[in-house]
Design a protein around this ligand. Sequence first.
Ligand SMILES: *[C@@H]1O[C@H](CO)[C@@H](O)[C@H](O)[C@H]1NC(C)=O
Length: 321
Amino acid sequence: MRRVLLLLFLAGLALAGPFSSDYVVEPEEDAEFALRDETGKDEEDIREDSFESDLLDLKDAEALEEDNEDLDYTSEEVAALMLEMQNPCDRHRCKRGRVCELGTDSKPVCVCHDSESCSTSEGMDEKVCGTDNRTYDSSCHLFAHKCSLDGTKKGRKLHLDYYGPCKKISECLPNELAQFPLRMRDWLKNVLIQMYEQDRDGTSFLNDKQRHKVKKIFEDEKRLKKGIHNMDLLARDFKKNYRMYIYPIHWQFAQLDIHPVNRYLTHSELSPLRAPLVPMEHCTTPFFKQCDNDGDRKISLEEWGRCFGLLIDDIEPELVF
Ligand SMILES: *[C@@H]1O[C@H](CO)[C@@H](O)[C@H](O)[C@H]1NC(C)=O
């Protein structure tokens, strides 16, 4: 849950920062690897849930036992009975775009979500643009469609591209592409500093280790004031205060590398950052594309670091936490 909040915050800042626009979106994970259940919870929540329901089961079982003292059920028997009465789907997780149904022998199976049953909140425009440049009513519709194409090349290639209806995205000129990492670096640093400041007011966006890292950046008097800076200034600041940028770049990588944690970012993992950004920053797609130096459709930590101008010796897996 905290992760989701963090991303929300991040996207919020994306909109408020140098990457500004009035467009407000809620980040949504396009998650091939994020095994979510139907309610959209992520793995951690599900684990917690089943723990909770285990407790409930026990309590219910005890209560049942009391009620049925005459019947002489042992608590194990009661627990087994309770389990039998439970819908096996309650604990079965499906990928996005799929829902659990009971198949033959009442075994839970994941089947494609019928897009007809995708709910769209009233008054909320949840349209998303797919990588097929087709507008879907919501990400639920997109993933249901992806599921229906299961096993096909088209299906494999379909991802959530960005929030909002598909639109014409203007061409990213070479000089704009060159400026993109400068602005993004500065923005990442500001996001962290802002989180650090908020933490002092009692919220906790950062853990102790992260706070320790940001403290140095925060206390550095040479840091650039928040705001929009011209590119020359950003470039000079990066040269002069290079070390201040190292951690924020690693930090962003760590935020995204979660499904699974393997030092590679897939399209799905990049999505929380990309999807809100693409409609307002036309260089987003070309930028991340060129980050993938070896063209394997994944961005390694090294590719990520280089892409933001870090020297190879400063790209450290130990900083990804
Ligand atoms: C994607 O669709 C939009 C809206 O229909 C259109 O304006 C745009 O040119 C399309 N982009 C590409 C790359 O085909």
